[in-house]
Design a protein around this ligand. Structure first.
Ligand SMILES: Nc1ncnc2c1ncn2[C@@H]1O[C@H](COP(=O)(O)OP(=O)(O)O)[C@@H](O)[C@H]1O
Ligand SMILES: [Mg+2]
Length: 373
């Protein structure tokens, strides 16, 4: 756990503090993203945590212990640090760069070699072809991966990451973000991650700390912040598409309901009757193999159902034959599909199997503030 208590930093010769009376706790195993406009004090905050900069006043605790009681070099050996400029040594190979901290710890050669290969694999690089290369022979994305591998070399419980993916193109950045999230789900390190990009913050943070002019303006989960921005600054910073961003936080499976009916093709003549009995808003049509192939909404059937022939019912149901979405899709994508098909319901699939239903009303309810685990 990292705890900053009333931390202020005023650089020599500056009138305004770069960081002012900051109180912030990052829980064990949590990733906290510091986000805000350029110059708001994010990097200063990060560097105070590994004592590259000393606060002017206030206290920083790591696992309850004041970091001033630990020798700065010792402290930094136990904290992974990744920066945008990457900072790989140009005249050392990838393997040598990764080995810097393990060498300081005096690890034997075999162990370092083994760990280096393991780390390269972990960050998605082929050890065989990468370990002997020099940084200049790598792409920006590859260098960034080596930077992450180096920071993780001795498996530190804490990682400080300052705009780690800022220098790579958007596609590579997206990739690196996804891979880092995957790693974090396995490792559960305590992470302080700096970015100026609110989308990156929403994606990467268990919690987000929004800064403005050296002050912490709001601290909370992405859901909390998108639902209740505390002031105009936060509202503006998040952007006008606040609701759409929120729909990117949640997967369809998390809000899908079970109360849907199913009608087999052979049961179509009695569809209206069955739906009345099932009392569900929607039923999905299953073909003779049991595969979902359409949808019938009760309000539609009640209006005209009894008058329709089985053939007409089937045709009606098949208008919704594309109204299915995987449970791990985002609500944003579900909304898009609902609009595209002009339907009110989507069947939720786990692989090929129908496992739930999600409606426009459900998505609206989530967007309006309902929290989901
Ligand atoms: N070494 C320094 N000396 C003087 N002022 C600095 C120094 N480093 C940063 N600052 C100032 O402190 C403020 C916060 O900077 P910084 O923490 O780098 O912001 P961010 O990382 O959010 O862009 C800025 O106004 C910046 O100009
Ligand atoms: Mg910075």
């Amino acid at each position: 756990m990292i705890k900053l208590i009333n931390v202020t930093k005023i650089y020599a010769g500056q009138k305004e503090p770069a960081v002012r009376e900051l109180n912030l706790t990052v829980e064990e195993g949590e990733s906290c993203v510091l986000v805000g406009p350029s110059g708001c004090g994010k990097s200063t905050t990060l560097r105070m945590i590994n004592r590259l900069i000393e606060p002017s006043s206030g206290t920083i605790l790591i696992d309850g212990k004041d970091i001033r009681e630990t020798d700065p070099d010792q402290l930094r050996m136990g904290i992974g640090y990744v920066i945008q400029q990457i900072g790989l040594l140009p005249h050392r190979t990838v393997a040598e760069n990764i080995a810097i901290v393990p060498r300081l710890y005096g690890w034997p050669k075999d162990k370092i070699k083994e760990r280096t290969d393991e780390l390269l694999e972990l960050v998605g690089l082929d050890p065989e072809t990468t370990r002997s290369k020099y940084p200049a022979q790598l792409s920006g994305g590859q260098m960034q991966r080596v930077g992450v591998a180096r920071a993780m070399a001795v498996d530190p419980p804490i990682m400080l990451m300052d705009e780690p993916f800022g220098a790579v193109d958007p596609i590579a950045r997206n990739h690196l973000q996804d891979e880092f999230l995957r790693l974090q789900s396995l490792m559960r390190k305590t992470i302080c991650f700096v970015t100026h990009d609110i989308n990156e913050a929403i994606k990467m943070g268990d919690r987000i700390a929004i800064f403005n002019r050296g002050e912490l303006v709001q601290h909370g989960s992405p859901h909390e912040i998108l639902s209740n921005p505390v002031n105009e600054f936060v509202r503006d910073f998040i952007g006008y598409d606040r609701v759409v961003k929120k729909l990117s936080l949640c997967r369809v499976g998390a809000i899908a309901r079970k109360d849907f009916g199913v009608i087999r093709e052979s049961e179509l003549p009695a569809a209206a009757e069955i739906m009345r009995k099932q009392q569900t808003e929607v039923s999905f049509l299953l073909d003779h193999l049991g595969a979902p192939g359409g949808m019938l909404a009760r309000k539609l059937i009640e209006k005209q159902g009894a008058a329709l022939s089985p053939g007409a019912l089937k045709e009606l149901a098949q208008k919704g034959r594309e109204a299915f979405i995987q449970e791990d899709a985002l609500l944003r994508d579900a909304l898009s599909l609902l609009f595209e098909l002009s339907v009110d319901y989507l069947g939720v699939l786990r692989g090929e199997t129908l496992c739930g239903v999600v409606s426009l009303a459900d998505i609206r309810e989530y967007a309006a503030g309902k929290e989901v685990d």
